[in-house]
Write a protein that binds this ligand. Structure first.
Ligand code: FAD
Ligand code: NAI
Length: 470
């Protein structure tokens, strides 16, 4: 290995090129910084390579296959004559048309902004110097400013070492075949999204969840739609279950779990373990710096994304808050602005969250539970997709929009959507909540017809006490 003993001076260094790191690098460059980005694996991070993007590609492939096989459009007179699935082609499309297109695009954007890309693993030597180690080289970088965006990785639990038939989300996105039977340990967002994708692709799926229900981040009225959909598709959900061990051989894996002290076993061809993710802060030499961590290993930051070392910033999955790509990108813009000498505060009121299940679930701001806990004086208005023209034309009427607004002022404080297009519709609430809009602001905004978005206008009219369509 060639070791450069002389440290090279750089202005701003970003560690990690996920939706936190690459956005921070580009924004800092736009603001005049000379930026170096360090990446040990793939440009685009977890999100573009083994997270949000490839998972949504498989979810969509699953929808298309399921609707063909089950003639879900037959009510419209569209009868499909069955379908076949070529899994190698699905994987090739996901990897080459979807992931490569996006990651290639990010690579080009980094180059366009004259950002130096350094391949290798970054480790802090101290508060000022990073060692970047690749297979055959090691570089010392002395930086003025640094943004840490090293993301997170799947948690491994005892008895479930990742190998061949026991996989984490990365493995589950690239299985060599569609499993005949997939066991999913952990029915959170990853578990439920991938359980749904594989159920649509024809797998028998068993979810083993430690809590009393799946999709813990959503209330019963919302997750019940997904549970019903799972039931329809033969997905078995075992709750209050403690996963104990996975025993694998060449052809199968036996998963042992316990419910109410009684041991059970289920045999499958693959087992996905999706029990949460841990921040990548333990292998970056953080102990060589004065950067402080929380008890859970996350980096402590202030509202400028600044760590306890004033010229080192941190963003994304390694800091507190939900582990979501859009949160990482928002924090990236805050950190980059401050690095470049602006004074910008992280003042997001709430981070929207979506589960890409059938139907989609989305939430933003206060929930009924959180508003009650805070003793807020609020009102709830709820509009069903069954009364929305566009949803009826799509034959997708399951679900509702729920809006929470302040009783005295009408200011919207929260929203939940279960139903078609929830992932896109929640953005209207994001805009409304961030900008302090009232229910009347929405109900008197002209929405195009016929659209799912009109259901948001209808929900607002309900809140105003003057509904037209219900
Ligand atoms: P990451 O994307 O994890 O990027 C960190 C980068 O840093 C990686 O490329 C890593 O290689 C690099 N790195 C780490 N350590 C070093 C080092 N020492 N030196 C150099 N480089 C280093 N979020 C959503 O909002 N919507 C979704 O639909 C969604 N779906 C998901 C599906 C799956 C299956 C998974 C696993 C995650 C999903 N997420 C989703 C979460 C989302 O991927 C993360 O929140 C997001 O990627 C975090 O961005 P980040 O920039 O903080 O870190
Ligand atoms: P999660 O925290 O969402 O869910 C983990 C689930 O596993 C929980 O329900 C938990 O009760 C259960 N669990 C934990 N230990 C268990 C055990 N030993 N046995 C049985 N069940 C157990 O974590 P997940 O699904 O791994 O996702 C990680 C993060 O990735 C999410 O928190 C989210 O931030 C992000 N993500 C976001 C997506 C989106 O925005 N649509 C999609 C996928 C991931």
């Amino acid at each position: 290995m060639v070791v450069g003993s002389q440290a090279k001076s750089v202005q701003t260094v970003v560690i990690g090129s996920g939706p936190g790191g690459y956005v921070a690098a580009i924004r800092a460059a736009e603001l005049g910084q000379k930026v170096t980005i360090i990446e040990r694996d793939f440009i685009g991070g977890v999100c573009l390579n083994v997270g949000c993007i490839p998972s949504k590609a498989l979810i969509n492939a699953g929808h298309n296959y399921y609707s063909q096989i089950h003639s879900t459009n037959s009510i419209m007179g569209v009868h499909s004559k069955g379908a076949t699935l070529n899994w190698d082609e699905t994987q090739k499309w996901k990897n080459e048309q979807v992931v490569k297109t996006l990651t290639g695009g990010i690579g080009m954007l980094l180059k366009k902004h004259k950002i130096d890309i350094l391949r290798g693993e970054a480790r802090f030597n101290d508060n000022q110097v990073i060692n970047v180690i690749s297979e055959d080289e090691s570089h010392l970088l002395e930086f003025e400013k640094c943004i840490i965006a090293t993301g997170s990785r799947p948690i491994e639990i005892p008895g479930f070492a990742f190998k061949d038939r026991v996989v984490n989300s990365t493995g589950a996105l690239s299985l060599p075949e569609v499993p005949k039977h997939l066991v999913v340990i952990g029915g959170g967002v990853i578990g439920s999204e991938l359980a749904g994708a594989y159920a649509n692709l024809g797998s028998k799926v068993t979810i083993i969840e430690g809590l009393p229900h799946i999709l813990n981040g959503f209330d019963k009225e919302m997750y019940s739609f997904v549970v019903d959909d799972f039931k329809e598709k033969g997905v078995e959900i075992v709750t209050n279950a403690k996963a104990k061990e996975a025993i694998q051989d060449d052809d199968s894996v036996k998963v042992v779990y316990e419910v109410d002290g009684v041991e059970h076993q289920v045999e499958a061809d693959y087992c996905l373990v999706s029990v949460g993710r841990r921040p990548n802060t333990d292998e970056i030499g953080i102990n060589n710096t004065d950067v402080k961590l929380t008890d859970r290993g996350q980096i402590v930051v202030n509202d400028r994304q600044q760590t306890s070392v004033s010229h080192i910033y941190a963003i994304g999955d390694i800091v507190e808050g939900p582990m979501l790509a859009h949160k990482a990108s928002y924090e990236a813009k805050i950190a980059a602005g401050n690095v470049a000498g602006e004074d910008i505060q992280n003042c997001a009121i709430s981070i929207p969250a979506v589960a890409y299940c059938d139907p989609e679930l989305a939430t933003m701001g206060e929930t009924v539970e959180s508003a009650k806990e805070k003793n807020l004086d609020f009102m709830i208005s709820k509009f069903p997709f069954a009364a929305n023209g566009r949803a009826i034309t799509m034959n997708a009427t399951k679900g509702f929009i729920r809006m929470l607004s302040d009783k005295a002022t009408g200011v919207i404080i929260g929203a939940q959507i279960a139903g078609p297009g929830a992932s896109d519709l929640i953005s209207e609430f994001a805009l409304a909540i961030e900008n302090g809009l009232t229910t009347e602001d929405i109900s008197m905004t002209v929405h195009p017809h016929p659209t799912l978005g009109e259901a948001i206008m209808d929900t607002s009219e309900l809140a105003d006490g003057m509904p037209i369509h219900i």
